[in-house]
Write a protein that binds this ligand. Structure first.
Ligand SMILES: Nc1ncnc2c1ncn2[C@@H]1O[C@H](COP(=O)(O)OP(=O)(O)OP(=O)(O)O)[C@@H](O)[C@H]1O
Ligand SMILES: [Zn+2]
Length: 673
């Protein structure tokens, strides 16, 4: 039961919720039932069938409608007298500016991506409004409290980099199923159905240049007079047969590895199966509704007129997404899915990107990854498993969302009462640790060198004679610092700015600057230069000290730049530290690495663990609970389940259970100022 004081804090509060998904639905319900009277909700999405199992405010009839609006209507049905204001919009829209944020007493995030979280963090800092952050991954979850000047901000600790793989592992020497998935999704799918002009390392080149560049260029185009069946088989033979033969010709590669086996469609799908394939297709054309009724685990709510509702699996009579298909079945799915993309979804060709909610895309990627896995002697996987890997999915647990929503409200009430000494970051574990599933931890102090909440400059090592302003804008300002509308100044000289209201000659000047190397800009940027970078929308401003460096390691520093500063590395490791990658939000494919996309859906990052950092003079590990992002929680869970060494306080210390490696300062409680 809430005390009088709490009730009055609750009643007087104006609250902004960002995200009306898994956590957001629970949160809105808990806020309403706790007595909150004035709630604003921003969510940019519409409801999808796949949301219905846990986003309980939504029903089948709401599919396609705004989450924020439907959530409001659902809640008003049982608490009609409260005020809920929905915004079907992106929180990054300029309308949600500083003045907008200033009207609230507290902001509560139920988001699913780093980009939006950073954006809200910055506006909360600028508006001086407390932020309560949250995230869940399956059974794991956390709630953190961010109050300017009192606790860490969301960006005080760099987030772990998305997992990336060397390109050669993906293109030539896969050893795990995930490598085959990345190949199928980021290379093959992108090449066939995405932007044809993007750089793509799909083709293996032989050391003796047997594959002429002409062959490489033409192979993915449909040839004159070629029908879609022939085209599909040619692609199949090229990527699973010919390319493997080319790869095998690099004998060095296979000296200490198992050789892959080239697979040609004629060997897997002889004539009688081609026939069968054809008849299945007819079956598919005839039915108005794709015969999906029996597919217990596949989304049921679709109509055949909708091109996105065309499934290869259903049309081939494969029903259970948990079955592991044979090589023959995978090959048939591959050819069928390819055909369906070209015949039923031709309007989308050239602009498709892989989406885990696109069933046909998942079928294609599963089949392609499995055929490749077969070739390399890697165990095959079911569509269900492949979808999880390709979409980076850890299946959501509704109860975790409900627990986390409850904890958000508890912290929100403390924040509204300014009950600083009782703020807690709380971690929800998969397995009890000393009979506790919820671990409260005192929040950390702000990181004095955080670029988002302090004024400490960042350091950028760059070859100022080679890197262009464009590289700096794209790879540092946007990708690493997450700015949307950057403005770059050198002293009083404006080097770059974005905006709709720029005068033509200024816009032309900035466009010309983008293609200049840093040292040849009108106001040259060289070693020792201090740049000021601002994002007026985010109200963020930071200084970057430029350090000129000639050489970069192409493998480790593909951007040829190294950003550091807001988290100091321990001195002995300083030379090796590449802070920039810790905060990377890149999902792009570079010539050096293929990154498994994570930040669109950061609940599912594949982590590199053990990165050490120092915050406010205290050494700790990224894998410690102190700076747990959603993704870090898997480490905690491992520890708490006894898989790793863990350390706990005495039984009678009933407030805090600390996990750590025994050396970590995480086990020292920190008092708030
Ligand atoms: N920039 C943004 N502006 C507004 N809302 C956002 C923004 N980014 C994410 N969201 C919202 O945050 C919510 C996150 O909810 P959740 O993690 O449950 O994801 P989901 O998209 O509903 O489900 P899933 O990803 O599992 O299919 C989503 O409803 C999404 O629309
Ligand atoms: Zn900070």
């Amino acid at each position: 039961m809430a005390s009088e004081q709490q009730l009055s804090a609750i009643k007087g509060a104006k609250v902004l919720m960002v995200g009306a998904g898994g956590i957001g639905c629970e949160l809105l319900k808990t806020l309403a039932l706790s007595g909150f009277q004035d709630i604003h909700i921003i969510d940019m999405d519409t409801i999808e069938v796949s949301n219905l199992n846990r986003q309980f405010l939504f029903r089948k009839l709401h599919v396609g409608q705004s989450k924020a609006k439907v959530a409001r209507d659902a809640i008003l049905r049982f608490t009609p007298r409260i005020s809920i204001t929905p915004y079907h919009a992106n929180v990054k829209d300029p309308d949600f500016n500083l003045d907008f944020f200033k009207q609230f007493n507290v902001v509560l995030n139920g988001l699913d991506n780093l980009d939006a979280r950073r954006h809200v963090n910055r506006l909360c800092l600028a508006a001086d409004i407390p932020l309560i952050e949250s995230g869940t991954t399956g059974f794991l979850g956390q709630v953190t409290v961010h109050v300017k000047g009192k606790t860490e901000c969301y960006e005080c600790q760099p987030k772990p980099a998305p997992k990336s793989y060397p390109v050669c592992t993906i293109t030539s020497t896969p050893s795990k199923f995930v490598h085959c998935i990345v190949w199928a999704k980021d290379l093959l799918f992108a090449k066939l159905f995405g932007d044809k002009n993007q750089e793509n390392d799909l083709n293996v080149r032989s050391s003796d240049s047997a594959s002429s560049s002409e062959h490489v260029e033409d192979v993915f185009e449909i040839k004159n007079g070629e029908d879609i069946e022939q085209y599909g088989r040619r692609i199949y033979d090229h990527v699973f047969g010919y390319n493997i033969e080319v790869a095998l010709s690099n004998e060095e590669t296979w000296r200490n590895r198992n050789k892959p086996r080239p697979i040609y469609s004629r060997d897997v799908l002889p004539a009688e199966l081609i026939q069968e394939n054809g008849s299945v297709d007819k079956n598919h054309e005839n039915g108005n509704a794709v015969k999906n009724q029996e597919n217990g685990n596949v989304d049921k709510f679709f109509v055949a007129d909708d091109p996105s509702a065309v499934f290869a699996m259903a049309s081939l009579g494969l029903k259970n997404p948990q079955d592991i298909w044979s090589l023959v079945e995978n090959s048939r799915i591959f050819l069928e899915a390819l055909k369906l993309f070209f015949t039923k979804r031709e309007k989308e060709l050239g602009q498709l990107t892989f989406d885990k909610d696109d069933q046909l895309a998942v079928e294609f990627v599963t089949a392609a990854a499995n055929i490749r896995a077969d070739s390399f002697g890697i165990p095959l996987h079911s569509l269900f498993e492949a979808k999880g890997i390709a979409g980076n999915i850890v299946h959501a647990v509704a109860t975790t969302n409900a627990i986390i929503a409850g904890l958000i409200v508890i912290e929100a009430i403390k924040v509204l009462q300014n009950d600083t000494s009782n703020y807690r970051m709380t971690y929800c574990l998969e397995h009890p640790s000393r009979k506790m599933l919820l671990m409260p931890v005192e929040p950390f102090e702000p990181n004095k060198s955080c670029y988002a909440c302090s004024e400490t400059p960042l350091l950028l090592e760059v070859n100022t004679h080679r890197s262009m302003l464009r590289d700096f804008v794209e790879k540092i300002i946007k990708a690493k610092l997450g700015m949307n509308f950057p403005l770059i100044m050198h002293g009083s000289a404006l080097l770059y700015e974005v905006g709709d209201d720029l005068e033509e000659d200024m816009a032309a000047n900035y466009a010309a600057n983008l293609d200049k190397v840093l040292s040849e800009l009108p106001s040259p940027v060289t070693g020792g230069t201090i740049l000021t970078v601002e994002d007026l929308q985010q109200e963020l401003s930071c200084k970057i000290n430029i350090i000129h460096r000639e050489e970069f390691d192409e493998e480790k520093e593909p951007d040829r730049m190294n950003l550091s500063g807001w988290t100091q590395a321990p001195p002995k490791e300083k030379e090796n530290t590449n802070i920039s990658s810790d905060n990377g939000a890149s999902t792009s494919t570079t010539s050096q690495t293929v990154t498994l996309e994570t930040y669109g859906d950061d609940d599912i990052e594949i982590l590199s663990t053990g990165t050490e950092s120092v915050s406010a003079g205290k050494k700790r590990k990224v894998s410690d609970i102190s700076d747990a992002t959603t993704s870090d929680l898997s480490n905690i869970a491992d520890k708490s389940s006894g898989k790793k060494k863990h350390e706990e306080l005495d039984d009678d210390d009933d407030v805090v259970v600390m996990l750590g490696d025994g050396n970590s300062d995480i086990s020292k409680k920190k008092r708030l100022q």
